[in-house]
Write a protein that binds this ligand. Structure first.
Ligand code: SDX
Length: 434
C-alpha cells in the first residue's frame, strides 16, 4: 500500500497471550485503515464483515466520498464543479488518467473514443437472438460479454496498449449497444453512430433518429444527458465496481468483467433503483396515498422500501441527487413542461420522508436514483432504459477501476473467507439407512 503507517492498532485474543499489531494506514483523506493481513497468521482468526460495511477492499486514487458531509470528489474535484463546468468525455479522461486534460489531450482522447463507436456487423445478428421484449439490461449483459469474442487482438490484460484500446472500445460502444437495445425493443432500424456528434448527442441520435427523416438533437437534451452521465461516471467501491474488480482479479478480460458489472448494477438495490422509483411513484399514484405507502415501508414484514432513498455511504443528502433535482426543474422548464405530476409527487414524498422519524433516525436521504428517473422520463426514455443509461455512464468508472487494479502491484485474486456453520465432518450413509 502506498499510504503511510505511523500508528498501529493492537488486537489481543482474550484468554491467551497472543496479540497482533496491525499497521494503521492513512490515506490522503478519510478514515485510516487497519491492515489486517497478518491477523490470521498471528491469531488464527478471520474478520467478519458481511456487506463490507467496515472493510476497505483495495487502495484507490480515483473517487472519494465523505458520506456524512455529502461530498463526492472525482480525482479530487468536487462533483458540483465538474457538473457545472466539465463534459462527460473530459470527466472520463480525468477518471482514467488522473488529471484534467490539456486541450490537445482532450481532443486526442475524444478522437480515440469516437473512432470506436461502431459495432462489428456480426453483432447486429446477435440482437436477433433476443426476444423482442427483452429488457435492455439483459441485452447489455449479453452483447458486452460477447464483445470479447470479437476483439482477440486486445485481450492481453498485462499489455498496457491492449488495456488502453479495450477501454476506448468499451466506452465508445456502450451508447451504440444501449441505443440498439431500445431500437430492437421498438422494432425500428438500428441507427449507426455519427462521429461528428458529441458523446451524449450521438447517443440521443442513435436512440431517437429514424432513417426516413432528418433528426436534429435537441441541445437541451444533449446537455442534460451529458450532465447525467457525469453524475453517474464513478462512485468508488459500489457493488457493481466491486464486481468488476473481483471478476478482473482472476485475469478475466475487460469485456467479461464489465458484463459482470452490468449484471450487478441491474439489481433494484443498486442501479435498478431508478427504474424502481418510477414504478413506485406510479403505484403511489397520488399525494394523498403517500402516508399509506410510507406505513407499508415502515412495516418490517412488508419488504417494501422507499426506492431512491438510503445509501450505504451517504448519511446525508447524496450530492448527485441535489444536482439532478435542480436539473429536473431546468429541463422541464426548458422543454416547456409546466407541471409534471411525477416530479410534484416525488418532491412531496421526499418532504414527508425527510420529516418522518423512521427516515430521520436511520439517516435515509434521497440518493442519485430518486430524481434521475423523472428527468429521464421527461427526456423521453422508457423506464426500461434507465438502468442501461446508468451502465453506459458507469463504464468509465468500471474501466478506470479495473485498470487501476491491474496496475496495482499488490493485486491478488479476490478470495474472501467465511465463518462455517454447517455440519462437522460425518460419514456417508447409504440411501436405505437414512
Ligand atoms: C446506488 O454504493 C453505491 O455507491 C451505489 C450508487 C452508485 O453510484 O454506485 O450510489 C448507486 O445503488 C444507489 C442506491 C439505490 N438503491 C435504492 O434506492 C434502493 C433503496 N435503498 C436501499 O435498499 C438501501 O438504502 C441501500 C441498498 C441503498 C443501502 O443498504 P444498506 O447500507 O445495507 O442499509 P441498511 O439496509 O443497513 O439500512 C439501515 C436501515 C435498515 O433499517 P433497520 O433494520 O435498522 O430498522 O435503514 C432501513 C433498513 O431497513 N432502510 C430503508 C431504506 N434503506 C434502508 N428503509 C426503507 N426504505 C429504504 N430505502
Amino acid at each position: 500500500m502506498s499510504g503511510s503507517a505511523k500508528r498501529s492498532v493492537t488486537i489481543t485474543l482474550d484468554g491467551t497471550n497472543k496479540s497482533s499489531q496491525l499497521p494503521l494506514v492513512e490515506g490522503t483523506i478519510g478514515p485510516a485503515v487497519a491492515d489486517i493481513r497478518r491477523i490470521y497468521g498471528d491469531l488464527g482468526i478471520f474478520t467478519y464483515d458481511p456487506g463490507y460495511g467496515a472493510t476497505a477492499a483495495c487502495e484507490s486514487k480515483i473517487t472519494y466520498i465523505d458520506g456524512d458531509a455529502g461530498v463526492l470528489l472525482y480525482r479530487g474535484y468536487p462533483i458540483e464543479q465538474l457538473a457545472e463546468h466539465s463534459t462527460f468525455l473530459e470527466v472520463a479522461y480525468l477518471l482514467m488518467n488522473g488529471d484534467l486534460p490539456k486541450p490537445a489531450e482532450l481532443r486526442g482522447f475524444e478522437m480515440g473514443v469516437l473512432r470506436h463507436t461502431m459495432l462489428h456487423e456480426q453483432i447486429r445478428q446477435f440482437y436477433n437472438g433476443f426476444r423482442r421484449d427483452a429488457h435492455p439490461m439483459a441485452v447489455m449483459c449479453g452483447v458486452v460479454g460477447a464483445l470479447s469474442a470479437f476483439y482477440h487482438d486486445s485481450l492481453d490484460i498485462n499489455n498496457p496498449e491492449h488495456r488502453r484500446i479495450s477501454a476506448f472500445r468499451l466506452i465508445a460502444k456502450m451508447p451504440t449497444i444501449a441505443a440498439w437495445a431500445h431500437k430492437y425493443n421498438s422494432g425500428q432500424p438500428f441507427m449507426y453512430p455519427r462521429n461528428d456528434l458529441g458523446y451524449a448527442e450521438n447517443f440521443l441520435h442513435m436512440f431517437n433518429a429514424v432513417p426516413t427523416e432528418p433528426y436534429k438533437v435537441n441541445p437541451i437534451l444533449a446537455k442534460a444527458m451529458d450532465l447525467i452521465m457525469i453524475l453517474h461516471a464513478d462512485h468508488e467501491q459500489n457493488a457493481s465496481t466491486s464486481t468488476v474488480r473481483l471478476s478482473g482479479s482472476t485475469g478475466a478480460n475487460p469485456f467479461a468483467c464489465i458484463a459482470a458489472g452490468i449484471a450487478s448494477l441491474w439489481g433494484p438495490a443498486h442501479g435498478g433503483a431508478n427504474e424502481a422509483v418510477l414504478k413506485m411513484l406510479a403505484e403511489i399514484g397520488h399525494v394523498r396515498n403517500i402516508p399509506e405507502f410510507l406505513s407499508e415501508v415502515k412495516d418490517k414484514g412488508s419488504h417494501t422500501k422507499l426506492m431512491g432513498f438510503g445509501h450505504r455511504v451517504y448519511k446525508n443528502y447524496d450530492p448527485r441527487a441535489k444536482i439532478i433535482q435542480k436539473a429536473c426543474h431546468d429541463v422541464l422548464g426548458e422543454l416547456g413542461i409546466k407541471d409534471d405530476p411525477l416530479l410534484d409527487l416525488a418532491m412531496e414524498l421526499e418532504k414527508i420522508a425527510l420529516n418522518d422519524k423512521y427516515f430521520v433516525d436511520r439517516k435515509l436521504y434521497p440518493n442519485v436514483d430518486f430524481y434521475s428517473g423523472i428527468i429521464l422520463k421527461a427526456m423521453g426514455f422508457p423506464t426500461s432504459m434507465f438502468t442501461a443509461l446508468f451502465a453506459v455512464s458507469r463504464t468509465v468508472g468500471w474501466i478506470s477501476q479495473w485498470s487501476e487494479m491491474i496496475e496495482d502491484p499488490e493485486q491478488r485474486i479476490g478470495r474472501p473467507r467465511q465463518v462455517y456453520t454447517g455440519p462437522t465432518q460425518r460419514d456417508y450413509v447409504p440411501p436405505g439407512r437414512r
